[in-house]
Design a protein around this ligand. Sequence first.
Ligand SMILES: Cc1cc2nc3c(=O)[nH]c(=O)nc-3n(C[C@H](O)[C@H](O)[C@H](O)COP(=O)(O)O)c2cc1C
Length: 216
Amino acid sequence: MTRDNDRPMKAIILYDSRTSGGSTDKLIDMIGQQLAESGAYVEKAKCKATADYSFISEFDVVIMGAPVYYLVVSSQLVGALVQSNLRKCLKNKNVALFVACGSPEPLALTFYLPQLKIHMIRNRILAEKVFAPHQMGDPDSVADFVEEIDEAYQKTFKPRASDLEWSSEATEMLNQMPPFFSSKIRAALESYAKQNGIKVITPEVLDEARSSPMGF
Ligand SMILES: Cc1cc2nc3c(=O)[nH]c(=O)nc-3n(C[C@H](O)[C@H](O)[C@H](O)COP(=O)(O)O)c2cc1C
């Protein structure tokens, strides 16, 4: 998960929950861990309605979410969007949104997620997700969300002009892989090719990189 293939994505998770050590805390840890495993730099911050959010300027992606209590998304996050400088600091940021709740997804998409979305005025929403109770400890559900963020984030960059060429066979191989996986392989192979003075990436380069002692 790199920006222009040379800098790790920096993500901040802004969240709220009434319950310390509850399902949201566990969900946040899982999202953070999966993002970190995919190469991102991640921090998390529990929201306060009146805090100063200027620190989010240093992050590429802001992930925001909270549970629903009595039909309302947890108050410190929504409060921060209304009362603090959070909304101003979010201007033109890439964001991802989630809510955790006990209601069925269609209901949550209609009534709960919009409570966050309505504040996203000049934002690119990379992903949005409703986590039902059974999904909150489920690594696959979290992985879907993390992958969606990653793929949408990668698309925010134009391909960089490169000295490297890809043979049609190597391009074909890459196209057959899932996008989340192929973007990692592309970045790793280009890095390997640069380190080894290779100008054209072919399937043989892939084999060579795989068997190299450094791996890739
Ligand atoms: C007091 C209370 C009120 C809740 N109200 C709603 C609700 O109105 N709609 C809903 O879908 N889920 C509701 N839930 C379910 C929570 O959103 C869900 O269990 C969430 O995962 C709790 O997060 P937490 O463990 O971090 O507190 C409520 C839960 C509690 C404890």
